[in-house]
Design a protein around this ligand. Structure first.
Ligand code: TUI
Length: 315
């Protein structure tokens, strides 16, 4: 069994977090992960505070265990959903796609543990000073909004820079990745892509099938021109988008327009032509659907076995 300060800090059995994914991480998925002994996380995505409050109610109706809420800082409702998370007394707040400092005092006063996702050493230092209980160091292998630095290089550098525990994310889909993350100094892991294929995950079947069929070169990063690089599966949509991105005849506004609604089309409609199926490079390692709790248990067991057996390489 894996021992980690993250378990006590977040009140969970295994140091495994489920990423807060827009159009994916709802109250039901979060409750399933938490019931399995990990930390489920509801995504507040770009939705209004009523949506978030409703999903918190769903999760509370399905589990007595702690769960988290992810605040995506680029959301037009960021201020409001940040307040909702505090008012509803969620146990853990994770953040993404920006600097959460302006909300940290409010969350900490409400008794939440704040665990920001960072893609750089500088942001890790900054959020630690602002009161973060831990940080999630997310490498560029991950799905969705990505930084430039890989997990293998980011995690040890963040571990050296901060004293709070570090949770690794990006490219981890099984116990091997989890064991590797611990070897790098991480004390927990966050997975997104693997949970896309969870039975309790609400995305369209086409999305799950695409993740399961994906190989090692299945993803692409688009959106660099507008300053928000995003990793997703290669599809007709991403092909058209990346062509437009390198075409100086296409305006930034037209480019922005092209992406509107594409996440919803993927997750809800399963639209293979026009949808944007966010996924990390670990999609190539996801081979089947299974209950979320089984994913959590399998990861913890595999990582424990690998770490317990690692002495055989040492003389
Ligand atoms: O946030 C994510 N993944 C996401 S957010 C998202 S929604 C979106 N849609 C369109 C464009 C952009 C986003 C889809 N996937 N992961 C966590 C994460 N946070 N990765 C990288 C960062 C990050 C980036 C910059 C954290 C802090 C940061 O600071 C920037 C600054 O200096 O303010």
């Amino acid at each position: 069994m894996i021992e980690s300060p993250i378990c006590e800090l977040l009140g969970i059995e295994y140091p495994i977090l489920q990423g807060g994914m827009a159009w994916v991480s709802d109250g039901r998925l979060a409750a399933a992960v938490s019931n399995g002994g990990g930390l489920g996380v509801i995504s507040a995505m770009n939705a209004d505070p009523d949506y978030l409050a409703g999903q918190i109610d769903v999760a509370r109706s399905l589990t007595d265990k702690p769960f988290g809420v992810n605040i995506m800082l680029l959301s037009p409702f960021a201020d409001e959903v940040a307040r909702t998370a505090a008012e509803r007394g969620v146990a853990v707040v994770t953040t993404g796609a920006g600097n959460p400092s302006r909300y940290m005092g409010m969350w900490l006063s409400a008794g939440a543990r704040v665990v920001p996702v960072v893609a750089s050493v500088a942001m890790a230092r900054l959020v630690e000073r602002a009161g973060a209980s831990a940080v999630i160091a997310e490498g560029g292998e991950s799905g969705g909004h990505v930084g430039d630095t890989s997990t293998l290089t980011l995690v040890p550098q963040v571990c050296d820079a901060v004293s709070v525990p570090v949770i690794a994310a990006g490219g981890i889909a099984d116990g091997r990745g989890m064991a590797a993350a611990f070897a790098l100094g991480a004390r927990g892991v966050q997975l997104g892509t693997r949970f896309l294929a969870a039975d309790e995950c609400p995305v369209h079947d086409n999305y799950k099938d695409k993740i399961i069929k994906a190989g090692d070169r299945a993803t692409i990063v688009t959106g660099r021109r507008l300053g928000h690089p995003v990793r997703s599966l290669k599809t007709p949509f991403t092909l058209a988008y990346s062509k437009a991105e390198y075409d100086s005849g296409v305006s930034d506004e037209a480019l922005e327009e092209l992406a509107v609604g594409a996440l919803r089309l993927a997750a809800i409609e399963g639209d293979a032509e026009r949808g944007c199926f966010l996924a990390g490079q670990a999609a190539g390692m996801v081979t089947r659907r299974q209950p979320a709790a089984e994913i959590v248990a399998e990861l913890a067991r595999q990582a424990g076995d690998i770490l317990a057996g690692a002495g055989k390489w040492v003389r």
